[in-house]
Design a protein around this ligand. Structure first.
Ligand SMILES: Nc1ncnc2c1ncn2[C@@H]1O[C@H](COP(=O)(O)OP(=O)(O)OP(=O)(O)O)[C@@H](O)[C@H]1O
Ligand SMILES: [Mg+2]
Length: 261
């Protein structure tokens, strides 16, 4: 078991300077719906932030703005001190710097597991075939699916597919990994094998933003919990503080629902 990390609470300026992913005053609308409202969030290098909150609160939209799958109306987002590129090759590079794992596995169905993990390395990172395959095999071993390299995604369990998706993202040497409910489509017996891989990543120092309601994971892996409701960050705290003594009524109400069902 890794040691418990201390949640640092530096002055705002210090954290912003230190932030690998920094959102400042981010607003986004979908038509009349104000889906992200004045979001300020700074995630330090090596920090693991769990985002939690009711359905429709904007968690997925937040993730999607960070790798520019969604544009924002106002505010700024920087990754490693650089504003998000608008388009073109720079944007492709940004997407590689920001690994994303979704609820549904999003693997290429007509490509083998190995090809799924080599494709981006060759296209975006310009790695040669042999080097990209070697790296893919190392990563597939690391997430425990090395033996499945020549199969197609449909021949794998959901848990195995999700671990391939993680390996595929890692193959790009991302600076940060975003996970949007990575275990919520999995059968219960497969949830832990994916969470274990994520735990290990966290221990290895990966910067991670994880939307999940898996409180065990949040308690053991997260440095900070961010609670969202109605497009706003309502509360931020260490996992222990958040789960044992939430401050806002919204968080109390939400936790009573997920704890009692
Ligand atoms: N492309 C879109 N066009 C219009 N409205 C959208 C779009 N994507 C999301 N929304 C709306 O924005 C709000 C926030 O959605 P989002 O998916 O970010 O919530 P969430 O917190 O991830 O919810 P869940 O826990 O159900 O995944 C919801 O009301 C949703 O219906
Ligand atoms: Mg969502």
């Amino acid at each position: 078991m890794g040691e418990v990390r201390v949640v640092e609470e530096p002055a705002d300026g210090a954290r912003a300077a230190d932030g690998l992913v920094v959102l400042r005053g981010v607003d986004k609308h979908f038509g009349a719906l104000h889906v992200l409202q004045d979001i300020d969030l700074s995630v330090a290098r090596g920090e693991v932030v769990v985002v939690i909150g009711p359905s429709g609160s904007g968690k997925s939209t937040l993730c999607r703005t960070i790798n520019r799958l969604e544009t924002i109306d106002s505010g700024t987002i920087t990754i490693d001190g650089r504003p998000l590129p608008q388009e073109g090759r720079e944007l492709a590079r940004l997407r590689a710097d920001v690994g994303m794992v979704f609820q549904s596995f999003n693997l290429f169905a007509h490509k083998t597991v190995l090809e799924n993990v080599t494709l981006g390395q060759v296209k975006v990172r310009r790695l040669g075939r042999a080097a990209s395959e070697e790296k893919a095999r190392v990563l597939l071993d690391r997430v425990g699916v090395g033996a499945q390299a020549d199969k197609y995604p449909a021949q794998l369990s959901g848990g195995q597919q999700q671990r391939v998706a993680i390996a595929r993202a890692l193959a790009m040497d991302p600076k940060v990994m975003l996970f949007d409910e990575p275990t919520s489509a999995l059968d219960p017996e497969m949830i832990n094998e994916v969470l274990d891989v994520m735990q290990q990543l966290a221990r290895d120092g990966m910067t991670m933003i994880v939307v999940t309601h898996e409180m065990g994971f949040a308690r053991s892996a997260a440095n900070r919990v961010v609670f969202m409701a109605d497009g706003r960050i309502v509360e931020e705290a260490s996992p222990d503080a958040f789960f044992s003594s939430p401050r806002s009524d919204r968080a109390k109400d939400f936790l009573s629902k997920i704890l009692h069902h």
